[in-house]
Design a protein around this ligand. Structure first.
Ligand code: GLN
Length: 486
């Protein structure tokens, strides 16, 4: 299946295909290709086909919305009623959610059948999808390589055309980095645009859900479904519903005339691989042909973003993950002497090593005597990093750079050195610290035929504008249409 959501929606509306047929196609492809990719943790054909039949019935009754019947896969971080919801962890390996996350509710209300739950790094901690309790996800462009993380299952599933779209979450780059490494389009919205209710928490001040699909236009349509105020998330923003596709203009001469693109000096220095730098340069030229102008901007504090993030995110994680204690739900060690022994063994056995590393770092930076030296300092850096963007956006409408410093790396290549792994997110993390929207879209291939991602960063709530820049680029190029042969 190589169709976009937009085209599937038209086929459904014209009655040329049914939702049941679309879901059957996807399920067959998943059955055939998932064993090699490990993109899905849970598939339940009966449930999916039930959703599909309901969508077809709704259409027959004249009550279909634009995306009714289009199937979607969900990252296993979203609680979905009646579905095993593991977050990639042994800790939740027996957890069948009794309720729906806000994001799941929204897709259900839109009538989009759930194709299954996708694999991910354990508790969304990782950049390669190798920390999952369910084993690594493989990149469909080269199965010896990682798809990126933590939304690597969703990315691999869309890239391999197992599903037309999937949900992801992005705390430090987990939608954009795997989108880049698998050659798809992924969007992290402004913090607070999509409710975190029912989305298993990693670092609450950074976590944000977003769409992953093949085109920017599809991401806009999906964000229309996902976004919206939800009183159950205290950081959900009370704003009018907006149409994220409203600025997507038809092909015309110089469609991006008047758009100012900021190029941060810090994003084009050493550390960027040659092929990536070249592809990003070519993308800039293409955008200029479409009428955009470029301006150099500075993000002088962005070099501190990885360091600040790896204090703040673990601090929040250590607090969020304290709830997994074996008492109310999830994994519990089979044998224990007393309550303290039960807690200890449950957490020792239930969490993987990356999660334990984060909990220990988090507890350390929050402890008496270290709080001021680490946590408070990192909070101050966060403010400076965000302020850089405020200043940059006085000179431009969107910021452009690479999404990731390299293309997909080999499985096992970075697992021995956590810091090297953390540096995979060097270009994405500052966006989360600032709470800004960002996206990745395909802009070429390296010498080995691996996809390269282009990152666009928008100002607060400027998703629609950023999406149109990406859409115009995709109307003029065909990188996003290329799929791996499987
Ligand atoms: N790779 C980063 C981390 O390991 C970001 C993960 C994410 O965005 N969920 O924390």
């Amino acid at each position: 299946m190589t169709d976009t959501i937009k085209s599937l929606s038209a086929l459904l509306a014209e009655g040329k295909v049914s939702s049941v047929e679309l879901c059957q196609d996807s399920l067959e492809r998943i059955q055939r290709l998932n064993p090699a990719l490990n993109a899905f943790i849970t598939v339940d054909a009966d449930k999916t086909l039930r959703d599909a039949a309901a969508a077809d019935a709704r259409r027959a009754a004249g009550q279909a919305g634009p995306l009714t019947g289009v199937p979607i896969a969900h990252k296993d971080i979203f609680c979905a009623e009646g579905w095993l919801t593991t977050c990639g962890s042994k800790m939740l390996s027996n957890f069948v959610s009794p309720y729906d996350a806000h994001v799941i509710e929204q897709f259900k209300a839109a009538g989009m059948p759930c194709l299954g739950k996708t694999n991910m790094d354990e508790f969304a901690m990782g950049s390669s999808n190798e920390t999952s309790f369910y084993g690594p996800v493989r990149n469909p462009w080269d199965t010896d390589r990682v798809p990126g993380g933590s939304s690597g299952g969703s990315a691999a599933a869309v890239a391999a055309r197992l599903c037309p779209a999937a949900t992801g979450t992005d705390t430090g780059g987990s939608i954009r980095q795997p989108a880049a490494l698998t050659g798809i389009t992924g969007l992290k919205p402004t913090y607070g645009v999509v409710s975190r209710y029912g989305m298993i928490a990693f670092a609450s001040s950074l976590d944000q859900a977003g769409p992953m699909a093949t085109t920017a236009e599809d991401c806009a349509l999906l964000l229309n479904v996902m976004a919206g105020f939800d009183p159950r998330d205290s950081t959900s923003l009370e704003r009018e519903k907006e149409d994220y596709a409203r600025e997507l203009t038809q092909p015309r001469n110089q469609p991006l005339a008047g758009l100012k693109i900021g190029l941060p000096r810090e994003f084009f220095g050493a550390g960027l691989s040659g092929d990536t730098a070249r592809a990003v340069e070519e993308a800039i030229n293409q955008l200029k042909k479409l009428g955009a102008q470029t301006v150099a901007v500075g993000l002088p504090n962005s070099k501190l973003s990885v360091a600040a993030y790896y204090v703040l995110a673990p601090a929040e994680a250590s607090s969020n993950l304290s709830r997994f204690d074996g008492v109310r739900y999830g994994y519990r060690t089979p044998e224990y002497r007393d309550l303290a022994d039960m807690y200890e063994k449950t957490r020792a056995e239930g969490f993987g090593s990356e999660v334990k590393r984060r909990i220990m770092i988090g507890a350390y930076v929050l402890s008496h005597g270290y709080y001021d030296a680490y946590y408070l300092q990192a909070q101050k850096l966060r403010r400076l990093i965000a302020q850089d963007f405020v200043e940059a956006f006085q000179q431009c409408d969107v910021i452009l750079g690479p999404t990731a410093p390299t293309t997909a790396f080999k499985l096992g290549e970075k697992t021995a050195d956590p810091v090297e792994m953390y540096l995979s997110d060097i270009y994405t993390i500052a966006v989360n610290l600032a709470g800004l929207p960002g996206m990745s879209l395909p802009c070429g291939f390296d010498a080995q035929g691996l996809p390269i991602g282009l990152q666009l960063i928008g100002n607060y709530f400027a998703e629609a504008r950023m999406l149109n820049a990406a859409h115009q680029y995709q109307l003029a190029t065909d990188w996003h249409t290329r799929a791996p042969t499987l």
